[in-house]
Write a protein that binds this ligand. Structure first.
Ligand code: C2E
Ligand code: CA
Ligand code: CA
Length: 819
């Protein structure tokens, strides 16, 4: 008896094919056995009818009074089959016993507790088991109706029966739940077979009693009911102890550090604990919902399964009124949880809630830590790695490259006009530009390369795996090209010019620190010529030191009048006459001779001397120009201003004071400013420019066309003159693009009523071409080079001066005047 008749046959919505075959084979074989038994039984009636009746009653009662243990949605029925078997083998012929077993099963079918297919399968299994056990019994010389019970054959038969039945029924359970047979057999194996043995032993006792004192058999029903009660209670207690142990284990297993594992564990444990067909966990966070579902064999969404839940038992996942989701047990069939299971489910969902909250907290802490680590290593504006990363990780990369006989190159990229953009277009535009630069730099490198923002407008690229030093130069060139592509900032198209210093390991230095120092020196060399790349050279070390000493020397230079002005005449191309001159600073530097403006003005502009320098130049220029004549036709003097001068609200006042001091008519002073300054939306620049105009001085846009070409400012700020940058003029004759720009600027000048000055005329053809295009005035070495104040004064001196020394017919100033 107590065969675990846990077959879930007939309950699955769709039975797997293998299971159908199994059911067909078992039921078919049992049918054949019953028919054959019937044929044999007809001729062999037992000696007495009462054993037959007792056994039949037992078989039927066993099915109507089963021990129930729920397994999934299906009942596990511990039947009393062993008692019927042992008594039957001892009392009646085998064919009759087979039929009694069969009929008992059919009684269960009539009671129809378990569904037709399932009852039929269980009955067939018990019938076949009886047949097999009978075979064992008779092969061990067992006989029915013997004077004394044959203990060994009966015990053997009983064991074989319970094993056979367990295997057949478990096969069906495994088939329907898609579990491994061994796993199903193992579940409750010990308890099950101890009960089977006990039942067999009790039946053996009955046999002794029946042979000694048949009347005592009347006590059999009483004993069986008692036995039933003891077993049911024992089973329930053991099952409950197991269940609580499992619950304890499952809730402890939930203690994982990430929510995904928590949910996956909950799904598998939930299926095991509550024998549900599937478990769903609904997670809610910040209004969003995420559903994870799965079965005992793993997390897989329902959609891929054929099982549609017929009953869903839910529990909220909440802690102190905060709801974080819902736990759902899904059953393929109708099911009612026992009180114990209900409590267990509540406990489980509390455990799950705690585990989820725990994991969430842990994940948040991890994220926070990762963010902190990221912040410590990255520049917040561009997202690029920072200097720390370069020095820490770079050191190893450089060492590895050297060991592998490869070249590691450090490219130091410095933007040329960033400061102007920042000063004039505002920080927002500056930030946008830096982000775009970062984007372009990362776009052009390999994943093994490191791109770093060192600060301000300085970036570094560490290329740790190059074949040769020349590769570094090629890549640097590509970087310049990528940056030069105009980028749209605040609606303006700005190309970005940069200078790159390159240093290579192991040739130039062996550590990142030294590479940085070398690249930095090379970069300052590159700065001299825009859009340039320079490789580190040992002699640069001296130049760099020079740059540092230059700043302190310039302070002295201002005080000691070492800064002098040269003047470059501006020629009217129609008349060939000099109509004015541009003041260009020169530095009589001790031990260096006369230093050109482009070699020290950039250094000055980076220093606090920028305002003092401007006023110094203005003062000298006005003092010189005051001697050039008077009246409306008197020559103009042009003074260059740095971008930063226009951020100084005192400038207009200082200019007015200087004009007064020299009694100089404002209209004869031209202030040259660069485009970028004028494009800015900064109020201070507008105010300063407005105030200068109020004074009556002229404004000129210097280096027009370079860098930041935008014409919108021409309608906003009123200027008198634009100077076409010399790069266009020098390329004009060979490059149609440059020629087109020159023509366009001239056209623009006509439309806006501006004077257009062409800069950098170096050859006669350029001058002629400009005249043809209608350009009125020009400057350049060919027309007149910058010259000392005394020389330019002589040029403008009123008559009598021999015509030959003033201007020549071709508009050129004799070079004898130039110094
Ligand atoms: P810039 O305002 O464009 O001045 C013209 C520069 O071009 C001068 O260089 C001049 O010597 C040079 N130049 C003139 N004709 C030709 C030519 O035909 N071919 C070539 N290749 N170059 C020619 P310099 O004096 O070295 O000045 C360089 C820059 O330094 C100036 O460019 C100007 O932006 C700045 N600078 C000069 N003096 C001052 C000053 O007193 N104050 C400020 N703030 N900047 C100054
Ligand atoms: Ca100028
Ligand atoms: Ca210029």
């Amino acid at each position: 008896m107590t065969a675990e008749a846990a077959a879930r046959v007939g309950v699955e919505v769709r039975m797997p094919n293998a299971l159908r075959v199994l059911v067909a084979v078992v039921v078919g074989a049992a049918t054949v056995a019953v028919v054959e038994s019937l044929r044999q039984a007809v001729g062999r009636l037992p000696d007495h009818a009462w054993p037959l009746l007792v056994l039949l009653t037992l078989a039927v009662a066993a099915h109507l009074l089963p021990l129930r243990v729920r397994f999934a949605t299906h009942q596990v029925l511990h039947l009393w089959d062993e008692i019927t078997l042992v008594l039957g083998l001892g009392l009646i012929p085998l064919p009759w016993l087979v039929m009694v077993t069969w009929l008992g099963g059919l009684a269960a079918l009539a009671a129809s507790r378990n569904g037709v297919v399932k009852s039929l399968y269980n009955a067939s299994s018990a019938t076949l088991g009886t047949l097999v056990a009978g075979a064992v019994f008779y092969s061990l010389d067992g006989r029915y109706g013997a004077a004394a019970p044959q203990v060994i054959p009966l015990v053997a038969a009983s064991i074989v029966f319970s094993l056979f039945d367990d295997v057949v029924v478990s096969a069906a359970v495994a088939g329907s739940r898609r579990l491994r047979l061994v796993a199903v057999l193992r579940d409750g194996f010990f308890v099950h077979h101890v009960m089977c043995l006990t039942n067999g032993a009790v039946a053996l006792g009955f046999l002794f009693v029946a042979q000694a004192q048949p009347a005592a058999l009347l006590s059999v029903p009483l004993i069986l009911v008692a036995l039933h009660w003891v077993q049911a209670t024992g089973l329930r207690v053991s099952k409950e102890r197991d269940a609580w142990q499992q619950l304890d284990k499952a809730t402890r297993a939930l203690n994982q550090l990430n929510r995904r594992s928590v949910v996956e564990t909950a799904i598998i444990s939930g299926c095991e604990l509550f024998r549900s067909d599937a478990v769903e966990v609904l997670l809610e966070q910040d209004g969003a919902q995420r559903l994870v579902s799965g079965t005992i064999s793993g997390v897989s969404p329902y959609a891929s399964d054929n099982v549609r839940p017929r009953r869903v038992v839910t529990r909220p996942l909440e802690a102190s009124d905060v709801r974080i989701g819902e736990l759902r047990l899904c059953f393929a069939g109708a099911v009612r949880l026992s009180e114990r299971e209900s409590w267990a489910l509540s406990t489980f969902s509390h455990g799950l809630t705690a585990a989820l909250l725990n994991a969430q907290l842990y994940e948040e802490m991890q994220e926070h830590a990762a963010l902190k680590a990221h912040e410590a290593e990255h520049d917040p504006l561009t997202g690029l790695a920072n200097r720390t990363v370069l020095t820490e990780r770079g050191e190893q990369m450089v060492a590895d490259a050297t060991k592998a006989h490869r070249v590691a190159a450090l490219l130091l990229v410095d933007l040329d006009h960033f400061k102007q953009v920042n000063d004039t277009l505002g920080h927002e535009a500056g930030d946008q530009l830096l982000r775009e630069v970062a984007h372009r730099l990362t776009g052009g490198v390999r994943t093994s390369d490191v791109v770093v923002r060192l600060g301000g407008d300085e970036f570094a690229l560490l290329l740790p795996d190059l074949a040769t030093v020349e590769d570094a130069a090629t890549i640097a060139g590509n970087v310049l090209v990528a940056l030069a592509e105009p980028m749209s900032i605040d609606g303006l198209e700005l190309p970005i010019e940069a200078s790159i210093g390159v240093a290579c390991a192991p040739a130039d230095a062996g550590t990142v620190r030294d590479l940085l120092r070398c690249a930095d020196m090379a970069m300052y060399q590159a700065k001299g010529a825009p859009l340039s790349v320079r490789r580190y050279r040992r002699q640069d070390e001296l130049v760099n030191v020079d740059r540092l000493t230059m700043v302190s020397e310039l302070h002295a230079a201002l005080d000691q009048d070492q800064l002098v002005l040269h003047f470059q005449p501006k020629i009217d191309l129609n008349s060939g006459r000099a109509v004015g001159a541009e003041a260009l600073a020169r530095w009589r530097r001790p031990n260096h001779g006369l230093v050109s403006a482009s070699d020290f003005v950039p250094v000055l502009e980076q220093s606090s001397m920028v305002h003092g320098f401007a006023l110094h130049v203005l003062d000298q220029a006005l003092s010189a120009a005051a001697t050039w004549g008077a009246g409306p036709q008197a020559p103009t003097v042009a003074v260059n201003l740095s971008a930063r001068n226009l951020l100084d609200r005192n400038l207009p006042g200082d200019v007015a004071t200087a004009l007064d001091r020299h009694h100089f008519p404002p209209a004869r002073l031209i202030l040259e400013i660069t485009e970028t300054v004028m494009m800015s939306e900064l109020d201070v620049v507008d105010d300063v420019l407005g105030a200068l105009r109020q004074l009556g001085v002229q404004l000129s846009v210097d280096d027009f066309g370079t860098g930041f070409s935008s014409l919108t400012f021409l309608s906003r700020v009123h200027v008198d003159e634009v100077k076409i940058d010399r790069s266009f003029v020098s390329a004009m004759l060979v490059s149609p693009g440059d020629a087109a720009i020159v023509r366009a600027v001239l056209e623009l000048g006509r439309n806006f009523g501006l004077r257009v000055v062409a800069e950098g005329v170096e050859v006669r053809d350029q001058q002629e071409h400009l005249s043809e295009l209608g350009c009125e005035s020009a400057q350049g070495f060919y027309l007149a080079p910058p010259m000392a104040a005394a020389d330019v004064a002589q040029l403008f001196a009123p008559e009598p001066v021999p015509a030959a020394t003033r201007t020549r017919r071709d508009g050129r100033i004799p070079s004898t005047l130039a110094r």
